[in-house]
Each structure stands twice: as C-alpha cells, then as structure tokens.
Design a protein. Structure first.
Length: 75
C-alpha cells in the first residue's frame, strides 16, 4: 500500500512530496517506508520504521499521513 502527497506553495517557492509505503519483509515483519523531498529533485530523504505486523504498520502509516495532511499536504 502506498500514499503519495504533495505540498505546493507558489508564493513560497515550495514544491515538496511525501510518500508512505507499507510492505512485508523477507523475515515476516512489516516495514513503513517514508520518503520525502523536493519535487523534481534527483534525491530525497528516506526512513524505514520496522513494525511487527501489518496492523501496526498500517496504524503508523495512518498516524504519519494524518500529521502531514494537518501541515498542508494533499494528494
């Protein structure tokens, strides 16, 4: 499962993206992968949050996406 959000502010020259993905690992755990940066940039930031099961990963994703939406990201 993947969610892609953008925040664009013309007067502030702001063009940012945020992507949150949950995926199973080879060891049976689940991971929340968070990626963010400037739209069009060749590289950005990436962070992985390891979760014990799919439900915990989905809860973490919901929490992170809600926080980003409060900050003005839409998608």
């Amino acid at each position: 499962m993947m969610i892609y959000l953008e925040r664009i502010g013309g007067d502030q020259n702001m063009r940012r993206f945020y992507r949150a993905t949950i995926a199973p690992t080879l060891f049976g755990d689940w991971v929340l992968i968070r990626e963010w940066g400037r739209i069009g940039s060749p590289c950005g930031q990436r962070m992985e949050e390891w979760c014990g099961n799919e439900a915990k990963a989905l809860d973490a994703m919901t929490r992170v996406v809600a926080a980003k939406r409060r900050r003005g990201y839409a998608g």
